[in-house]
Design a protein around this ligand. Sequence first.
Ligand code: SAM
Length: 238
Amino acid sequence: MSRIKVQAHYDEVAEVYDQRYDLRQGRLYHHHLSQTVLDRVAVDGLLLDLGCGTGLFIEHYHKNGGRAIGLDISPGMVKMGRLRCPESEFIVGTADILPFEDESFESIASLLAFTYLNDPDLMLEEAYRILKPGGKIAVCTLGRNMMTLLVPFFYRMGERIGYKKIGVGDFGENYYTGGEMEKMFREAGFVDVGSQRCSFAHYTLSPRIFSMAQRAEPFIEEHLPSFAFNVCVSGRKE
Ligand SMILES: C[S@@+](CC[C@H](N)C(=O)[O-])C[C@H]1O[C@@H](n2cnc3c(N)ncnc32)[C@H](O)[C@@H]1O
């Protein structure tokens, strides 16, 4: 998969990205992801958001009392992040080569970006290196299960027929199950590793169905996790 292609895509959509995730149902959807991640990291100390995009999670983290730095491969997305959160630092870079000293952060977060990584093991190795002992990591991303099996096919078809939408393209994304991601986290050295499926109310649903799905979401996440399409994996550096 070409990082350049992913970067070019997000540069192209940067100015309209927030129309998807910072308005109406998209905002509620993203807020649920942000809260799921926030519950698994520390809110004191410094957090690094990998693939931070326009800074939606950083804003949420900041409102909850945390300090954060965002890193993203797309200069266009980083520009929007700087406008959203002028109090935070944003860096253009790739999540698997981190320009930080060992043991510099208390927490690491990543939302909806893990699938794009060429080498997720390298990203986790780097994350482990820059976390302080006791530091926490939480990664929330579209997971692989029966709800998402056909997503890569639709994205490839979308590109072929020239369908222009945020995130739609043949980027060779890799989708993992919670178990596969947990294994990667453990191999990188993390302890207390766990995963939880999350998200049942998709922002594209009609308002009535979305609101019903939102009410059912806690039950689905706990009792019918195969119907929840994102996965949040967390761990701790000993
Ligand atoms: C779907 S957006 C998610 C943005 C943000 N985390 C959010 O929740 O709104 C995916 C982001 O991952 C970034 N990205 C993709 N590959 C990356 C990489 N190798 N390193 C850093 N960022 C990357 C993209 O530029 C894009 O901003």
